[in-house]
Design a protein. Sequence first.
Length: 233
Amino acid sequence: MINVKHISKTYTTSKGRQVQALDDVSFTVKKGEIFGIIGSSGAGKSTILRCLNLLERPDKGEIWLANTQLTNLSERQLQRERQQIGMIFQHFNLLSSRTIFDNIALPLELTKTPKHDLHTRVTELLELVGLSDKANDYPSNLSGGQKQRVAIARALANNPTLLLCDEATSALDPGTTKSILNLLQTINTKLQITIVLITHEIHVVKAICDRVAVVQDGKIVELGDRSQIFGSP
Ligand code: ADP
Ligand code: ADP
C-alpha cells in the first residue's frame, strides 16, 4: 500500500543551520495493517508523517501510495491523493465554533457532498464512534477521549483508505487511551482501513501495531513484526 524508498530530508532553520531530519529512510506498509513508528522527540517521526501526508516533500527518495509516485505529483494531483488519507492529531484540532455534527460534516462540505448524503454519512459516523447523543454539543463540552472520537469520525468522513495518527493518544489518560486504541482497531478490521501511527509511547505500539519501525536520529534502526521487536507478549 505504501512504499517509502530511501527518503532523506534536511531542514534549514531560521538561523541558516542545516538539520538532517531523515537520512535514507525506507519501509513498506501493507494494505490492512496497523504500522507503528516509534522514537523519542526529534527522531524524525513527524517528518515521516508529513511526507506521507504530502505536506512535505523529501529531498531525495520516492514515496509510493498504491501505484502512484507521490513525489512527482503537481499540487492539484496531490490534493486528489490527499482525499484518500485521513489524519488525527494529539490535540484533536476540532473547530470550537462548530457543533460535533458540523465538525464531522466539514470534509463532506469541502467535497461538496449533497445535503442528504452528508446527513446520512455524519449520522452513521456518530454511531460508529459512539457519540450519537452529542451531535448538537460543542467541543468544549466533551472530554478528551470524546474529542478524539469526533476527530476520528471527521477523518473517516470521505472514506479514506489510509488513516495517519500523530501522537493520537498522547494527551489522554491510560483508560481513555485504551478505548481510543480499541476504536482504531475496530476501524482497521471492520472498515479495512490501513493505519500508520507515530508515537513516543511504547505501550501504544505494543497494544495495536502489527509491525513497528523504531526511528532514531533520522534513521530506522529496527523494523519488524511487533513480536520481533518486543518479544512475544
Ligand atoms: P519527531 O516527530 O520524532 O519529534 P521531527 O520530525 O519533528 O521529529 O523532527 C526531526 C528533526 O528535524 C528535529 O531535529 C527537529 O528539530 C527538526 N525539524 C523538524 N521540523 C523542522 C523545521 N520545520 N525546521 C527546522 N528543523 C525542523
Ligand atoms: P511534533 O514533533 O509534535 O510534530 P514539534 O514541536 O517538534 O511537534 O514541531 C512543531 C512545529 O515546529 C512543526 O511544524 C515543525 O515543523 C516545527 N519545528 C520543529 N522543530 C523545529 C526547529 N528546530 N526549527 C524550526 N521549526 C521546527
